[in-house]
Design a protein around this ligand. Structure first.
Ligand code: SAM
Length: 257
């Protein structure tokens, strides 16, 4: 069915649902999915400024959970590239098991995953988050502050992962008494950069030699293949801890040799 006839038939949906008798609940659910999908289509491209303004005005300031909920409500009816509730919940569980204290996020966007990560860090934990688009980086930083986090807990680094990774050592070393390596890296930026960035993080000695988890959000199957091949070629350093349609979790440990 083409777009406009489909739109014209939308007002008939409630009648169809009511006529479906015992399948009403499933039909209503289906209608909801169709309607939200249509709204997302109508509202077009992902827009960081709109995401920010919705979250800013629909959350309780100072309450990180409410910030995440506002992002989720927005994503139900607007185009969105945030992690979202399903992947968010899975990342949440993984991070609870990993219990990291130094986290690097590549691809901050409006700060959904940053807020999720910061909620799980210990009091002395730190998140460094990288965003290549300066305007988006400012919006994301404001959302993290709105969620109630302080600058001593996180730092937004504006630039591409390729530019920022070589500078990370200096940034970590300015925190006296803290580790200069990461024990968790979350990759949700340009999938074409995942492998190269991971190799550079390792080359720079930024992955904790005793163990570092890498969570890669999979938005491209070709990249998943490349990461799996790298792990197969380096079994002394990398293992796959878990894999599903949306994410790959790797564990890195420096080999003894
Ligand atoms: C999928 S979004 C990240 C969503 C975010 N994880 C969240 O849950 O809200 C990807 C973001 O990565 C940024 N990005 C893409 N390539 C990048 C790179 N090489 N370095 C840094 N940021 C990058 C984009 O500008 C975009 O804001």
């Amino acid at each position: 069915m083409s777009f406009w006839p489909m739109m014209a038939s939308l007002p008939l949906l409630p009648t169809v649902v009511l006529g479906l008798g015992r399948h009403r609940a499933r039909a209503a659910q289906l209608c909801y999915v169709v309607l939200t999908w249509m709204l997302r289509l109508l509202r077009g491209q992902v827009c960081a400024a709109r995401t920010h303004s919705f979250v800013f005005s629909h959350c309780t300031h100072g309450n990180a959970k409410s910030v995440l909920e506002a992002f989720d409500v927005y994503a139900e009816t607007h185009a969105s590239i945030t992690l979202g509730p399903q992947i968010g919940q899975a990342v949440n569980e993984m991070v609870k098991n990993i219990r990291p204290s130094r986290v690097l996020e590549l691809g901050m966007h409006c700060g959904y995953a940053s807020v999720l990560l910061l909620r799980l860090l210990p009091a002395d934990g730190k998140l460094l988050t990288v965003e290549q688009d300066p305007a988006v980086a400012d919006l994301g930083e404001e959302i993290i502050l709105v969620a109630g986090f302080k600058h001593k807990q996180f730092q937004v680094l504006t630039g591409s992962s390729g530019q920022i990774i070589p500078t990370l050592h200096c940034l970590l070393e300015v925190d006296p008494g803290t580790s200069s390596t990461f024990n968790l890296v979350l990759m949700d930026h340009d999938p074409q950069q995942y492998l190269l960035d991971l190799q550079n993080l390792e080359k720079e000695g930024l992955l904790c030699p005793l163990g570092c988890s890498i969570i890669a959000i999979i938005r491209d199957q070709g990249v998943l293949k490349a990461l799996k091949e790298m792990v197969q070629a380096r079994p002394e350093c990398y293992i796959i801890k878990s894999l599903n349609n949306d994410m790959l979790e790797l564990f890195y440990q420096k080999s003894a040799q």
